[in-house]
Design a protein around this ligand. Structure first.
Ligand code: GDP
Ligand code: CA
Length: 354
């Protein structure tokens, strides 16, 4: 081809812009399946997809002077190949030398597991923040190492922390290690990790959310997406806290992209973990239909387990589909990712999909 001859090579079709909201372990597992489904697809638009993840930061906590972002780290480690596959969180092949030494000094709390390798992540994050970086910038630096294959955006760079108002409980009903639990407010991590959500919550409050601003790129990622996905993350303390940042819910309502979610509840059970305790605290039953109700103002598609299809109230504008939802193997999780994309692409406005 001589200089100046116009190229006849057809332009490659653009990759799909996929945006997901995510909590920690459940979100991260699902995202790994979604990425696997995209990369192994025969559709060039899916193969070349760009995935943006809006991560929950309301679980964040400062311990021993270190800023810990458990959900961002679960996504980063899982997609970057550093996760402990058995636990589903934290670093693989982890040791606890630092935590043992802190305990020897009597430093508390001792109920939050901090592995040695994981601590390095928190040291880097804390240092960057102390130097004036935003959480978005610190996350970008950490992801330079892990290359998770997605753009990982914190929901906000502003401080938001989920706190839990514990219900008063009779002394005889308290868990053995609950101390003075009951009728007081604790950080979500203390309720979840130390008390195993065994003390009922009167309220779950995303402190700071009302004044938080979406981090740079968050609203645009929802607005400009071809497809928006809600993984089966905890509807109260993962997705619910992201939705509590002003502007994000509105962006989901108004985006032209279909919003498709995966139920975190299968047959009346939250599968793994204690999400039913969170739903109970806001008076919502642990059913796939009730969770869909929390997203009713923006949800276009809802994947539920086959046995749950009949339990989801029909509503104009909502397509419900039954699929196996258990993320029990890489193949099953990839199939779930593919089913989510299939439903979303079906629901795309015909003119947008053309
Ligand atoms: P966390 O921040 O680490 O608690 O993780 P997420 O909020 O992202 O996800 C936790 C939720 O994932 C749990 O509350 C479960 O309801 C859901 N979950 C866990 N395993 C599965 C699974 O195999 N299938 C489905 N559909 N949901 C799951
Ligand atoms: Ca979490």
């Amino acid at each position: 081809m001589s200089a100046g001859t116009p190229s006849t090579v057809p332009a490659e079709p653009p990759g799909l812009a996929v945006t997901a909201l995510a909590g920690g372990v459940g979100g991260a597992r699902f995202l790994r399946g979604l990425l696997a489904a995209l990369r192994t697809s025969e559709d060039p638009a899916r193969q070349r997809a760009r995935v943006t993840v809006i991560g929950n930061t309301a679980d964040d906590i400062t311990l021993h002077g270190l800023r810990i972002s458990p959900d961002l780290d679960s996504v980063m480690y899982t997609l970057g190949g550093g996760i402990d596959e058995v636990r589903g969180w934290g670093r693989s092949a982890e040791t606890s030398g630092v935590a043992d030494e802190l305990a020897a000094y009597g430093r508390t709390p001792d109920w939050f597991t901090l592995g040695d390798k994981d601590i390095a992540t928190h040291v880097v994050r804390t240092q960057l923040l102390a130097e004036g970086a935003t959480l978005s910038e610190a996350t970008r630096v950490l992801c330079e190492r892990w290359r998770p294959g997605v753009d990982l955006l914190p929901m906000t760079d502003d401080p938001v922390q989920t706190h839990v108002d514990l219900a008063p409980v009779a002394a005889s009903d308290r868990p053995a290690d609950a101390g003075e639990a009951g009728d007081r407010r604790v950080h979500f991590q203390e309720w979840w990790v130390r008390l195993h959500a065994a003390v009922p919550a009167r309220a779950i409050v995303p402190v700071g959310a009302a004044d938080a601003r979406p981090a740079p790129g968050v609203l645009a990622a929802v607005r400009d997406a071809d497809v928006v996905v809600l993984p089966p993350s905890n509807p109260v303390v993962s997705i619910g806290t992201i939705l509590a940042v002003p502007g994000i819910r509105e962006a989901l309502r108004t985006t032209a992209a279909p919003v498709v979610g995966v139920s975190p509840v299968i047959g009346g059970s939250p599968v793994r973990g204690m999400a039913d305790a969170c739903l109970a605290s806001i008076g919502v039953p642990t059913t796939a239909g009730a969770v869909a109700g929390l997203y009713a103002d923006f949800l276009d598609g809802w994947l539920v387990a086959p046995e749950d299809v009949g339990g989801v109230e029909a509503r104009p504008g909502l397509t419900v589909r039954g699929r196996p939802l258990l993320m029990s193997s890489p193949a099953a999780t990839r199939a779930l990712g593919a089913a989510t994309l299939d439903l979303a692409l079906e629901l795309r406005a015909p003119e947008a999909a053309a």
